[in-house]
Design a protein around this ligand. Structure first.
Ligand code: DGT
Ligand code: CA
Ligand code: CA
Ligand code: ZN
Length: 579
């Protein structure tokens, strides 16, 4: 069993405990344990099997949770969870995903109306019955209806990073089992290849002598929970407790390129491409590009040859959304998109100084190992008291410590930074003379996210006025599949950020991926510049930078748009100058 599966069972139980209004401390300890398990680099199953080690040696895992883990490993569930599931139907868990609906309300709704599905809840709001409960009103009903609509849009989808992890596991598994020899290529297609923030399912294409055997082996994967279909050329199955659907298709080499093109999508891109083909006297499908007059195949082995035969440059998958990429490819005007290898430093990360999991030295060592030239350490400011954010005194001491580090040549170059909270009125959480000591201030909103758009716009414009602010962190605050972006006049803020030289962050953390493609293109059109950074709270998170690069590419950005592709000194000089 994977760590994330164990973590999920425990986190869900914490949710149920909260609905049952159990002891908040116990709820928190379950939730913390789930976080620890999810982030553990080692498989917990291995630790449990090892007679020389104890689960309680893992920091954050006490006796109670250790027993829970043992029970999960031996039978896939545990007593407390089973008991709660007798009391509350599993659908109650789904209600927790509706923003604005807390455990107390859920408990009340279940007790009073026997309601436990989202459909029932929607009906309750539409019929204006929720407001008959104490402290509930028309406004809450409206908000819940909006949240339900948002939830439905994302239901059944998965984070890109999760899809990538499953894809990589599967590809390794398929390659091993077929000795590599008979399997010439395995490529993920679909939304995953386009780098979309969330995916509906996973599409894998294989070709080679043993492609048929790969399908066979795929459906026998130990984590397959349900085979949805298996034919000669295609197998579909659900995998893991999350139930991600995976489609694997086997293809002959002469149509591998056209199939890859077809199954990469997007649908809109494909429709436009097919129309172009028709106009040029061809027909295009997953089997190849064929001349209409005599049905002769003119391309299909590679994607490049398909696009070339249509008079187009090869279009990077991240651009295939029918947003002008076909026209650009026809006139040789596709941008040279930024690449992972061009990123020279990660400039948003946390340490044990605030809510990160390791001290500065360990983050620095990990970044150096990745080959970076520099990093910025940007812990939280004091408004985030729960995260032990820094006050002015600690900010100044931290800046001094970083200067010393650089003087001593103790390792990678570090910029002293801060992720400074933007307060409700748009002012900074830390006084200017302390901010002046730092190399890099990222300003972020972490509170009052439901403001009216006009108010939020003013708040952000005010934040940009502060001369020490150099980067706007996770600029829309969205949490994928979870929390909507906050609303404000983005164009206005982008214009102002560009005018003042404040860069927009592309936050590479898999549940944020903020800004996204549409807003990146708007911001760029206003003259804004960008940084890509991980917001890492653990060395393992530094690897997420690849997802930020994918977002930048989806936004048509080049290395010239991204400040942290510059060498250290140039990077510093490219930031908004100090007053
Ligand atoms: P997803 O899975 O919802 O995140 O999105 P996709 O883009 O991966 O969509 P999926 O898995 O349904 O299909 C993969 C690709 O196959 C899709 O991007 C384009 C192509 N495709 C699938 N169905 C159709 C179709 O009916 N017409 C066209 N033109 N292309 C299709
Ligand atoms: Ca798909
Ligand atoms: Ca599919
Ligand atoms: Zn933040």
């Amino acid at each position: 069993m994977e760590n994330r599966e164990i973590a999920r069972l425990i986190a869900e139980t914490a949710d149920l405990m909260e609905i049952a209004s159990e002891d908040p401390f116990r709820v928190r300890s379950y939730r913390n344990a789930a976080g620890v398990i999810e982030n553990l680099p080692e498989r917990i199953e291995e630790i449990a099997k090892d007679e020389k080690r104890k689960l309680t040696d893992i920091p954050g895992i006490g006796k109670g949770i250790a027993a829970v883990i043992q029970e999960i490993l031996s039978r896939g569930s545990f007593e407390r969870r089973d008991k709660l599931l007798e009391k509350y139907p599993p659908t109650a868990l789904e209600l927790l995903k509706i923003q604005g609906l807390g455990p107390k309300t859920i408990a009340a709704v279940i007790d009073r109306f026997r309601v436990s599905t989202i459909d029932d809840l929607e009906k309750l709001c539409r019929e204006q019955k929720l407001r008959t409960l104490p402290r509930m009103g028309a406004k809450l009903e409206e908000k819940i209806l909006r949240s339900i609509a948002h939830y439905r849009k994302s239901a059944g989808r998965f984070l890109l990073a999760f899809g990538v992890q499953v894809a990589e596991e599967l590809i390794a598994y398929l390659q091993n089992g077929t000795d590599g020899a008979g399997l010439d290529q395995i490529t993920p297609a679909g939304s995953l290849r386009r780098g979309k923030e969330t995916i509906g399912d996973l599409d894998l294409l294989v070709t080679g002598k043993k492609a048929a055997r790969a399908l066979e082996r795929f459906v026998q994967h130990p984590k397959v929970t349900e085979v949805l279909g298996k034919g000669e050329n295609k197998a579909s199955a659900r995998i893991g407790i999350e139930g991600l659907q995976v489609d694997v298709r086997a293809l002959p080499p002469q149509s591998y390129g056209s199939a890859l093109q077809y199954f990469t999508g997007s649908k809109d891109h494909n429709v436009a491409l097919r129309q172009l083909a028709l106009k040029k006297g061809y027909s295009l499908n997953e089997y190849g590009l064929f001349r209409t007059k005599d049905d002769r195949r003119v391309a299909g082995r590679t994607e490049e040859e398909v696009y070339a035969a249509l008079g187009l440059e090869w279009i990077p998958p991240e651009l295939r959304e029918n947003q002008g990429e076909i026209e650009a490819a026809a006139s040789g005007k596709l941008p040279r998109l930024v690449e992972l290898s061009e990123i020279r430093g990660d400039i948003h990360m946390h340490t044990t100084e605030s809510d990160g999991r390791v001290p500065l030295e360990e983050m620095a060592a990990a970044a150096q190992q990745r080959g970076y030239e520099y990093i910025a350490i940007t812990d939280h400011s004091k408004a985030l008291a729960m995260a032990n954010g820094l006050d002015e005194k600690r900010v100044v001491a931290f800046a001094r410590r970083v200067r010393e580090w650089n003087r001593n040549g103790s390792g990678i170059r570090i910029f002293s930074g801060l992720e400074c909270d933007i307060l409700k009125d748009g002012s900074m959480d830390i006084a200017g003379d302390a901010l002046a000591e730092l190399d890099l201030v990222i300003a972020s909103v972490h509170s009052y996210m439901n403001m009216e758009p006009a108010e939020m716009t003013d708040r952000l414009l005010k934040a940009l006025e502060n001369p020490y602010v150099k980067v706007l962190g996770h600029p829309t605050g969205r949490l994928l599949l979870n929390r909507e972006a906050y609303h404000y006049d983005f164009e206005k803020v982008a214009e102002e950020a560009a005018r003042r030289g404040v860069a927009f962050e592309i936050n590479a953390s898999p549940e944020r991926l903020d800004l996204h493609a549409t807003l990146l293109r708007i911001a760029k059109s206003k003259g804004a510049r960008f940084t890509i950074s991980t917001d890492a709270h653990h060395p393992a998170h530094l690897a997420n930078i690849r997802f930020g690069v994918l977002m930048a590419r989806r936004g048509w950005l080049t290395a010239g748009d991204i400040l942290n592709t510059l060498p250290a000194d140039k990077f510093l000089r490219a930031l908004r100058p100090k007053p």
